[in-house]
Design a protein around this ligand. Structure first.
Ligand code: OVV
Length: 394
């Protein structure tokens, strides 16, 4: 073994409670480490995580984005055509989804998002004390995202349940995964039903994917699986990002005051939140051949764990990395990934954040914690279950 051996368990309670000290230990140990808890390699420095995400030939995705190696272990659901696929298959469908989710298409949603955000921000400001997770961070994506995709109004709570299943599945088949999978059948049935043409309004991205099927660019089954990707990755991730943005502003009153005074700071401040508090903690790639990273050789067909959140705080890349600096050039953080698998919904997530926090600058003068935040344990997400907040309107 030519990589330092580390006893950190990236899916254990201690790491989950506070991933930051572990991230620093991993970075100090070297560019590539061996995690004996799961018999895998890991990387937590920005340069190597960035390079590996871009080297999709040597480190692929069809081996799975979680701990399971799809070449050896049967996946719990048919693999995603986006997340868990490689070129050329990936390239073909990614092009279609990218077009349907293009910045121009997403921008057309702005007026409706602004209206919904304003209503919601006014309502919570008037309430004074509220749970930032349930009443804003989850409520807002659940309000706008299913509409934007073309889903009807019923059963939206299934999206949160399903997100939890998907992101817990990226770790070991632990108690956490078993809990997330308890009573999974009705949730999976709801998701499957809502990926069908008949469940989707004729004017949204869902229907546009079925248009591509009608043109013969993809099959009907592929269209359904691509809608499943939107439903898997589109709600939970954004909800946690918004929750961390609320938490960060609530604990940095000077930055909130500055952002209120100049709402053009909302966008850069959100990028800085994404850097500091990436909802995605870790993601895997699988080596397709023997590969040498920063002088360490990794054999073929090995899982490699990328510590995304740690890389975003690597002092080798970010001066004063733990500081929330809304004037920092933060947009090259890795929370949306990078390379061919970079988040295809990033523009939508950014629009949700921009519209919600711009509305909050109009309705909320001060924001503070009204109690301790409660974490939501998850195998790959940095997630909050509850965020008690107090807002003074203004
Ligand atoms: C990025 C991501 C996370 C979870 C699921 C998927 C994608 C998917 O394509 O299903």
């Amino acid at each position: 073994m030519d990589a330092p051996v580390i006893d950190i368990d990236p899916f254990g309670d201690e790491f989950r409670r506070d991933p930051q000290p572990a991230g620093e230990r991993l970075q100090e140990a070297g560019p590539v480490v061996y995690l004996e808890s799961h018999g895998i390699r890991g990387m937590a420095r920005f340069a190597e995580v960035h390079a590996v995400l871009r080297d999709h030939d040597a480190l692929n995705s069809s081996g799975g984005a979680g701990l399971a190696n799809f070449k050896k272990d049967k996946p719990w659901r048919p693999p995603s055509l986006l997340l868990e696929a490689d070129p050329p298959d990936h390239t073909r469908v990614r092009r279609i989804v990218s077009r349907i989710m293009s910045p121009r298409v997403i921008e057309s949603l702005r007026p409706e998002f602004e209206r919904r955000a304003d209503e919601l921000a006014a309502r919570v400001a008037a309430r004074g004390e509220f749970d930032g997770v349930a009443e804003l961070a989850q409520a807002y994506p659940l309000l706008v995202f299913p509409d934007a995709v073309g889903l009807g109004p019923d059963g939206r709570e299934n999206l949160i349940r399903y997100g939890s299943m998907v992101f817990n599945s990226f770790g070991p088949p632990s108690e956490l995964f078993r809990q997330a999978m308890r009573d999974a059948a009705p949730v999976q049935r709801w998701i499957a039903e809502h990926t069908l043409r008949t469940a989707l309004s004729p004017d949204g991205p869902g229907a546009r994917l079925y248009d591509a099927a009608d043109r013969g660019e993809i099959t009907e089954d592929e269209a359904a699986l691509l809608v499943r990707s939107l439903l898997s990755a589109g709600v939970d991730t954004t909800a946690h990002a918004l929750a961390w943005a609320l938490h960060t502003f609530a604990t940095h009153p000077a930055e909130w005051a500055e952002t209120r005074a100049d709402p053009t700071l909302v966008r850069p401040a959100f990028e800085e939140v994404m850097r500091l508090a990436s909802p995605v903690l870790t993601m895997f790639r699988t080596t397709t051949r023997e590969v040498t990273v920063a002088g360490t050789t990794i054999p073929a067909d090995e899982k490699v764990l990328l510590f995304i959140a740690a890389a975003n705080r690597d002092p080798r890349e970010w001066p004063d990395p733990h500081r929330f600096d809304i004037h920092r050039q933060a947009a090259h953080h890795l929370s949306f990934g990078t390379g061919i698998h970079a988040c295809v919904g990033a523009a939508l997530a950014r629009l949700e954040a921009e519209t919600l926090f711009t509305a909050l600058t109009r309705h909320v003068r001060t924001l503070e914690l009204a109690g301790p935040p409660r974490p939501r344990p998850n195998n790959s997400l940095n997630a909050l279950a509850e965020l008690p907040l107090r807002a003074i309107p203004g």
